[in-house]
Design a protein around this ligand. Structure first.
Ligand code: FAD
Length: 287
């Protein structure tokens, strides 16, 4: 399959890109790595008249680390994996990026395209919810910020408005000594998740000091498990507290039955991913 005709625009600056998207209205789409959009265009499930290529925009390409971490939308999965500075402060980013697709796709696919896409199978959105990230959205009208936990409305429906792009992602630097784990069950290398869970937690002795849990591909949006914090924080990681967290997570899952398994199987596996992620995060945390 080949895509329909479209006009390909390469803006020289972010402002020019925003003007092109404003002028193009609903007929224009931003393009980053093209690893989701181009396949959709080949299948004729998307047929924009204008593609505005954001890849050359330098101000979308940086990673900066201070009290909070800022990642530009055009940073590729490959660059996320390769950044030692990022790995040293937030290793779950590399762990997650490494289970996205395959090296060829990760070489072009970006964090901005991954979070903006709205595909429930994308891995970065749940991670961003787990890290309590904020998306920086820009249009020719100005800048606004939306939390990852509020951004996703339904499959392929997000808080993004016409003419608006994600320019970057910001989240608090996780506490040093935190534990982390991204557990993803997939049928084969390069596949989307049958079920996946992201966990970041910190310990004080045997007690959980902070905990955050989010889920991939277990509903038509990523899921932040709000009750996990109430269950885990202040408690010890006993079988009972882990079981209660699995139950809370399973209670909000609504996966579809598909080639990856029945709804019941995927829900059960979602619970198992939560359990494995909590256990691995706890082993990695400094008490
Ligand atoms: P693009 O394809 O360029 O864009 C995706 C969408 O976001 C489009 O609608 C586009 O208009 C919009 N968009 C792009 N940039 C912006 C922006 N800055 N602001 C607003 N909207 C924007 N992903 C996973 O997470 N896990 C997987 O296991 C996985 N497996 C894959 C397997 C295959 C075979 C393929 C082809 C892809 C897979 N992907 C997977 C998807 C891949 O990670 C994509 O790279 C990613 O989803 C989109 O990033 P991109 O930079 O390629 O975005």
């Amino acid at each position: 399959m080949i895509p329909g005709d479209f006009e390909f625009k390469q803006p020289a600056s972010k402002d020019e890109a925003l003007s092109m998207l404003r002028d193009g209205g609903d007929d224009a789409r931003p393009l980053l790595g093209g690893q989701s959009l181009i396949p959709m265009m080949k299948l004729r499930m998307a047929s924009p008249d204008i593609l505005v290529d954001l890849r050359g925009l330098d101000d979308l390409r940086h990673i900066s680390i201070g009290k909070s971490i800022h990642i530009g939308a055009a940073v590729t999965q490959h660059e996320l994996i390769g950044s030692e500075e990022l790995f040293n402060v937030c290793p779950i980013i590399r762990e997650t990026a490494l289970v996205i697709a395959d090296p060829q796709i990760r070489y072009s696919g970006t964090i901005g395209g991954n979070v903006a896409n709205g595909d429930p199978g994308n891995d970065m959105p749940a991670l961003m919810q787990c890290l309590d990230a904020t998306y920086i959205l820009e249009s020719s009208e100005g800048i606004r910020e939306v939390k990852a936990r509020d951004f996703y409305e339904a499959a392929y429906f997000t808080a993004l408005q016409t003419g608006e792009i994600v320019t970057g992602i910001r989240f608090p630097k996780p506490e040093s000594g935190h534990g982390y784990s991204y557990q993803k069950l997939k049928r084969k290398v390069g596949d989307y998740a049958t079920a996946a869970a992201a966990v970041v937690l910190s310990l004080s002795g045997d007690n959980v000091k902070s905990a955050s849990v989010a889920l991939t591909n277990l509903a038509d949006t990523p899921l932040f498990v709000e009750k996990a914090e109430d269950i885990l924080v202040g408690s010890q990681l006993t079988l009972n507290t882990i079981r209660a967290t699995m139950d809370a997570a399973e209670a909000i899952m609504e996966p579809v039955s598909d080639g990856r398994g029945s709804r019941e199987y995927r829900t059960k596996m979602g619970g198992i991913m939560v359990k494995r992620a909590i256990e691995q995060a706890a082993m990695r945390a400094d008490g």
